[in-house]
Design a binder for this molecule. Structure first.
Ligand code: ADP
Ligand code: MG
Length: 595
C-alpha cells in the first residue's frame, strides 16, 4: 500500500457514485423529480418523456418553486430544505430528505432547472454541464418548477448501454407514475410519452382515481377497506377472490404515501386468501398505511422502497385480519353464496372468474343446472360433433363415443372426470380436455377456410391501461385470424365485434383480456403469423377450469368432443388430457390375477 493515501472524493465523483444508487434508469429520475414536486406542494404535475426517457425527461409542477440561492444550493450534494437535524429524520413525512437526487441526476445527464416563487418576478434558469458550476440566467415563467433531464448517462457509456428498449423504459416509468397516481389522488397528473398524452388524471377522490387508473371493470372486482387501530390506519382496496390473476399480480403497498415493498406484509395479505383462491392465482391489493413516522425507518434503502417497522408483527397481524374480515363479509364474494356451503378445502377450487360468471349469467344463480353449459359445449362442438358420429380415431377403437353416452361417470374435486371405459377406467382433466377441443375447433376453421368468428349481437367494450392497449394493438391482426374482430374505439378503449365460435356468451371480454395478459406477461413478440400461439392461448382462456362444476350431460359431451379430436391425449401445450387404468392392471394390483 506504499504511496497510497486516503483522499476525500471530489464532489462530482461522489455525485456520480451516489447516482449509481439513486438513478438506475429514466423511471428512477421521474420518481425523484415527481417526489420533489409533491414535496413542494404541487397540485398538478406534467411529466413528459422522449425515447422512453433516454433522450429527455421533463417534469413540470405548480409547486412553491425556489429562490435563486436555494435553486443553486439544491444542486449541491446533501442540500435539502427538508431536514436539519437527526431528530427531524425520525419525523420524516416528505418524500425526499437526503438532498442527493438533483446533484446525482445532474452528474449523469444534462439538467436544466427553471424555477420561480410567487414573490419573484422572474424564474431562475440553471443549466448544468458535467461537474462545472451551473450557468445562471433568468426568464419569465409561471410559478413552479420545471426540470429537464436529457441524455441520461451520456457520460457513463456502461450505464447507458444497460438501458433497455424504449417500450421497456416507458413501461417502468408508467408503473412509477401509476403508483404515484393512486397514492396521491389529490394531485393531477398528465403523462406524455413521445408527444402523445397517455394519462390525464384530474385531481380526484381515491375511488374516482382508482377508476381512472384501472377502469370500471377492474374496480368492480375490488372491495374497499378502511380500518384503524391505535398505531396504524389502513385504507385501500383488495381484490375479490374471483378476480384473482394467474399473471403477474398488481399489488401496491404504501406507507405514509410512499410506495414500499415488503415480502412479509405481502404474505400477511396473501395468506388471508388462502382457501379462497386457486393456489397459483394472485389477488389484487392496494393498501395505504398511515403510521406515526417515528415508528418506522424509511432510511434503510437508497431508493427508499424498503421499510423497517418498530413492531412488524403487529402490522402483519392487523393487515392479515383486516383482509380476512373484509373477504368474509357477505355480499362481497357472490361466488361463495352461489356455490353454497362446503368445506374450506372444496371452496378453494370454486373461486375462478369463469365459475363466477357462469353461475351468475348462465345458471341464474342456481347450482347444478348444467344444461346451459352442456348446451354451450354442444353448440361449440360444431364439426367435432359431426366427426363424432362418423369416423373415429383409428388408434382408439376401444374408446367408442357411444360409451360416453351411458355408463358410470363422475366429477372428482371439480377437476377430473372419472369414467368407466371398455376394459378399464379413465381419468380426464376437464380443463386440458376442453382446451384440446377448443384448439382443434380453431385449427379446423383455419384449414377449412370457414369464418373463424361469429358476430356479437351486443359488441362489448374493453377499456385498457395505455401499455396494455399498445400490446393489444400489436395483436389485432393475429387475433383476427383466430376469429376475434376488435376495433380501436378512442384512446385505450376497444370494441369486441366478433369472437371465435364457442366462446361463452358474456365471457367475450374476459377471454380476450386473458389472452392479452398472457401475451403481455410472456413478453414474446406477436407477429402477424402468430395465430397458433394465440389459438393456444385462446383455448386455455376459454376452456372450463378446475373448479367448474360439471353436470352429467356436460361431462359426457366434453368426453365425446375430446375423442372426436385428432390428438385427444395431449392438450395444445403438451400436457396429458387423460389417464387410463386397465382392468388387468387393477386386477393385478388387487391380487386378483394370480396365475
Ligand atoms: P431532497 O428531495 O432529498 O431534499 P433533492 O436533491 O431531490 O433532495 O432536492 C434538493 C432540494 O431542492 C429539496 O430539498 C427542495 O428544497 C429543492 N427542490 C427540488 N425540487 C424542487 C421542486 N420541484 N420545487 C421546489 N423545490 C424543489
Ligand atoms: Mg428529492
Amino acid at each position: 500500500m506504499t504511496g497510497s493515501s486516503v483522499k476525500i472524493l471530489p464532489g462530482h465523483l461522489a455525485n456520480k457514485i451516489a447516482a449509481g444508487e439513486v438513478v438506475q434508469r429514466p423511471a428512477s429520475v421521474v420518481k425523484e423529480l415527481l417526489e420533489n414536486s409533491l414535496d413542494a406542494g404541487a397540485t398538478r404535475v406534467i411529466i413528459s418523456i422522449e425515447d422512453g426517457g433516454k433522450a429527455a425527461i421533463t417534469v413540470a409542477d405548480n409547486g412553491t418553486g425556489m429562490g435563486e440561492d436555494d435553486a443553486v444550493l439544491s444542486l449541491e450534494r446533501h442540500a435539502t430544505s427538508k431536514i436539519e437535524s437527526v431528530d427531524d429524520l425520525a419525523a420524516i413525512l416528505t418524500y425526499g430528505f437526503r438532498g442527493e437526487a438533483l446533484p446525482s441526476i445532474a452528474s449523469v445527464s444534462r439538467l436544466v432547472l427553471k424555477t420561480r416563487r410567487q414573490r419573484d418576478e422572474m424564474a431562475v434558469v440553471l443549466s448544468c454541464h458535467g461537474g462545472n458550476p451551473p450557468l445562471r440566467t433568468f426568464e419569465g415563467r409561471e410559478i413552479g418548477t420545471i426540470v429537464t433531464v436529457s441524455n441520461l448517462f451520456h457520460n457513463i457509456p456502461a450505464r447507458r448501454k444497460f438501458l433497455r428498449s424504449r417500450t421497456t423504459e416507458f413501461r417502468q416509468t408508467y408503473d412509477t407514475l401509476q403508483r404515484m397516481a393512486i397514492s396521491r389522488p389529490d394531485v393531477g397528473f398528465r403523462f406524455i410519452s413521445e408527444g402523445k398524452t397517455v394519462l390525464d388524471l384530474e385531481p380526484a377522490t381515491l375511488s374516482e382515481r382508482m377508476v381512472d387508473v384501472f377502469g370500471d371493470y377492474e374496480v368492480s372486482g375490488m372491495i374497499p377497506v378502511d380500518e384503524q387501530n391505535d398505531i396504524l390506519q389502513v385504507t385501500g382496496y383488495i381484490g375479490k377472490p374471483s378476480f384473482g390473476r394467474k399473471v403477474k399480480p398488481q399489488q401496491f403497498l404504501f406507507l405514509n404515501r410512499r410506495y414500499v415493498v415488503s415480502r412479509s406484509l405481502n404474505h400477511a395479505v396473501f395468506s388471508a386468501y388462502e382457501h379462497l383462491m386457486i393456489k397459483s392465482a394472485y389477488p389484487f391489493f392496494m393498501l395505504q398505511m398511515t403510521i406515526d413516522p417515528s415508528r418506522v425507518d424509511v432510511n434503510v434503502h437508497p431508493a427508499k422502497l424498503e421499510v423497517k417497522f418498530e413492531d412488524e408483527g403487529a402490522v402483519y397481524r392487523f393487515l392479515h385480519s383486516l383482509v380476512q374480515k373484509s373477504l368474509s363479509g357477505t355480499g362481497h364474494v357472490p361466488a361463495l353464496e352461489v356455490a353454497g356451503a362446503g368445506s374450506e378445502g372444496e371452496s378453494s377450487l370454486r373461486f375462478t372468474p369463469r365459475q363466477h360468471l357462469w353461475n351468475e349469467r348462465n345458471w341464474g344463480g342456481r347450482q347444478g343446472d348444467g344444461q346451459a353449459v352442456a348446451a354451450s359445449l354442444m353448440v361449440g362442438a360444431g364439426e367435432q360433433d359431426r366427426g363424432n358420429t362418423g369416423a373415429k380415431p383409428e388408434d382408439q377403437t376401444e374408446m367408442h363415443p357411444a360409451e360416453f353416452a351411458s355408463g358410470p361417470i363422475c366429477q372428482l374435486h371439480r377437476k377430473y372426470i372419472l369414467l368407466q371405459v371398455q376394459g378399464g377406467v379413465m381419468l380426464v382433466d376437464q380443463h386440458v380436455a376442453h382446451e384440446r377441443v377448443l384448439y382443434e375447433q380453431i385449427v379446423h376453421r383455419f384449414s377449412s377456410g370457414d369464418q373463424p368468428g361469429q358476430q356479437l349481437l351486443f359488441p362489448q367494450t374493453l377499456q385498457l391501461s395505455p401499455p396494455d392497449a399498445l400490446v393489444l394493438t400489436e395483436m389485432l391482426p393475429a387475433l383476427e385470424q383466430i376469429g376475434f374482430v376488435v376495433r380501436p374505439f378512442g384512446r385505450d378503449t376497444f370494441v369486441v365485434e366478433c369472437v371465435p365460435h364457442g366462446v361463452k356468451e358474456g365471457n367475450e371480454a374476459d377471454v380476450l383480456r386473458g389472452i392479452l395478459f398472457q401475451q403481455r406477461d410472456s413478453g414474446t413478440r406477436i407477429l402477424p403469423d402468430s395465430r397458433d400461439v394465440l389459438a393456444k392461448s385462446y383455448s386455455c382462456k376459454a376452456a372450463i377450469k378446475a373448479g367448474d362444476a360439471l353436470s352429467d350431460p356436460e361431462m359426457r359431451t366434453l368426453i365425446g368432443q375430446l375423442f372426436a379430436t385428432k390428438i385427444p391425449f395431449v392438450c395444445p401445450h403438451g400436457r396429458p388430457t387423460v389417464m387410463r387404468l386397465s382392468l388387468e392392471e387393477l386386477d393385478r394390483r388387487f391380487g386378483r390375477s394370480l396365475p
